[in-house]
Design a binder for this molecule. Structure first.
Ligand code: HAM
Length: 488
């Protein structure tokens, strides 16, 4: 084994050729590009708007200096994903995918651009007032989808009899809502959806809730951090029947009472009264919605009521699955979407700082609103923003550094071809290799540290004459001369 040349020796040997400082780039963007570090604290773009960007003052100053700098921020409420943030997003999505795989769901995907007709609903839901909708160049009314469930229903209808039920599908996709922004609420977000078609029993909901709980556990969140509130729209349906309120008002009543806690009780009353609901019924609805125990609900509605028996079945299944401590009955959970027909649920942080982490429920009659035969269905949507806020609060964000296996660095320009061959051969063996040139050795060492490389492979003239390279193991700091064909 030959003596290792000193760093100084290598620096002297290294021809100072073609060194171009990035900061001298003529692009107006690069000179303002934020620098990224690899600590979890910088992984914040998924949830907040605080990624390091040019301030308005800096932008004004740049424009004042005569450069034609455009606004480098993405549109309000939307996000860029620089590498650190992209790693976090990929990590989260890998967890979504892994849980879906464990539950035996298949992945599907849809266009973000959908026809507007799919999202036109008349129940006065907030979501339909937040549409990014427009006419395309062919005069068609289109939307950037605010949610994925209608696309899913469209595909189920399109596949018709060719699909065998039950089908269990998951998807991860971007959704757009022109939303008032709060912590964890954005104008675009990614949603993980898991949906089951063809299961009418509460087994469907029980499976979905297990997926959510498994995901939380996988991320390090426990049942003292997060709970899942569960109720059923059939509770409200039963109350409406008690007061002889016509069925056709059911959806609108659901959408109104979902606002409980968001607007005042007086405003809710006013909206219900204007629908034609009597004041006695309004009081009855609000009273039932304040129930937090299943036995109380049973007292009010009777044990024969479907809402009661289904909820009881779900809670007993939860015991068998082993997630009973995660769920609680809360009659005020109605969810804001018009199409839910049965059990509804949402995950919340027990400190009460954040909006719903995820939400879903049963929607057995969505397909008929699109003119098709109904199939029982249930599912949930789980956004990427609130969960990251929660992980941040709990100190559970992972440390996701950029990692490569090897850096290959030719010490002389004439060895560029050799370095390429070495990099190529290592890559073919599956190692991640960063081939670096036109840098000083000092920079290469720093770079290796920054990207957590495990080996530095120096391709130098004297070693190359012996058919070898110098390999530095960056964790043990040992150096060896290794024959090229023995390099693995
Ligand atoms: P959703 O309750 O409107 O339901 O949204 C589901 C989840 O998406 C929310 O709990 C939240 O995590 C996330 N989310 C929604 N809007 C935003 C936003 N503006 N910014 C950040 N995150 C957001 C649905 O969308 C249903 N389609 C879910 C479903 C699937 N039901 C049955 N299958």
């Amino acid at each position: 084994m030959s003596a290792v040349p000193s760093l100084r020796h290598l620096l002297l040997l290294r021809p100072r050729l073609r060194f171009i400082a990035l900061s001298t780039s003529s692009s107006p963007f690069l000179s303002y590009a934020p620098s990224h570090h690899f600590s979890p604290s910088s992984l914040r773009v998924l949830s907040s708007s605080s990624s390091p960007t040019l301030t308005q003052e800096e932008a004004d100053e740049a424009v004042g200096k005569g450069s034609s700098l455009i606004d480098v921020n993405p549109p309000r409420g939307t996000r860029d994903f620089p590498p650190d943030d992209m790693r976090l997003r990929n990590w989260l999505f890998q967890n979504f995918r892994e849980i879906s795989r464990i539950l035996s769901f298949e992945e599907v995907d849809f266009p973000v651009l959908e026809s507007e007709a799919l999202f036109i609903r008349k129940a006065g839901e907030e979501i339909t007032q937040q549409l990014y909708n427009f006419e395309d160049k062919g005069g068609r009314r289109v939307v950037l989808r605010p949610e994925i469930t209608p696309s899913l229903a469209r595909l189920v209808i399109k596949q018709g009899k060719s699909v065998s039920l039950p089908l269990k599908w998951f998807t991860i996709g971007q959704c757009w809502r022109y939303e008032r922004m709060t912590r964890g609420r954005r104008r675009e977000h990614y949603q993980w959806n898991m949906d089951i078609f063809g299961v009418s029993k509460v087994r469907g909901e029980a499976e979905l809730i297990q997926a959510i709980v498994l995901l939380f556990e996988r991320l390090g969140i426990n049942s003292s951090d997060v709970g899942i509130r569960v109720s059923s729209r059939k509770v409200l349906q039963a109350v409406l029947q008690m007061y002889a309120i016509p069925d056709n008002l059911f959806t609108q009543v659901c959408v109104i009472v979902d606002k409980l806690g968001k607007i005042t009780r007086e405003e809710i009353e006013k909206e219900l009264l204007s629908l034609g609901v009597s004041i006695q019924a309004v009081n009855g609805i609000i009273e039932v919605l304040s129930l937090k125990s299943l036995s109380k609900l049973e007292e009010v509605l009777g044990s024969e009521e479907e809402a009661v028996s289904e909820l009881k079945k779900l809670f007993s299944l939860a015991e068998s699955y082993g997630y009973a401590d995660w769920i609680c009955f809360d009659a005020s959970v109605v969810r804001g979407l018009a199409y839910y027909t049965g059990i509804v649920f949402e995950a919340f942080d027990r400190e009460g700082k954040l909006r719903a982490i995820c939400g879903g429920g049963r929607y057995d009659r969505l397909l008929s609103t699109f003119g098709s035969e109904d199939i029982p269905a249930c599912g949930f949507g789980f956004g990427d923003a609130v969960i990251v806020e929660l992980l941040k609060d709990k100190g559970l964000l992972p440390d996701l550094a950029h990692r490569v296996d090897d850096i290959v660095f030719p010490l002389d320009e004439v060895l560029d071809g050799t370095a390429s061959r070495i990099a190529s051969s290592l890559r073919k063996k599956g190692r991640s290799v960063d081939l670096v040139e036109d840098k000083r050795l000092k920079w290469v060492f720093k770079h290796a540290e920054r990207i957590g490389a495990s080996r530095l492979i120096l391709v130098g003239n004297s070693e190359w004459e012996r058919g070898a390279v110098r390999v530095k193991n960056l964790s043990t700091r040992e150096e060896f001369e290794v024959k090229i064909d023995e390099l693995v």
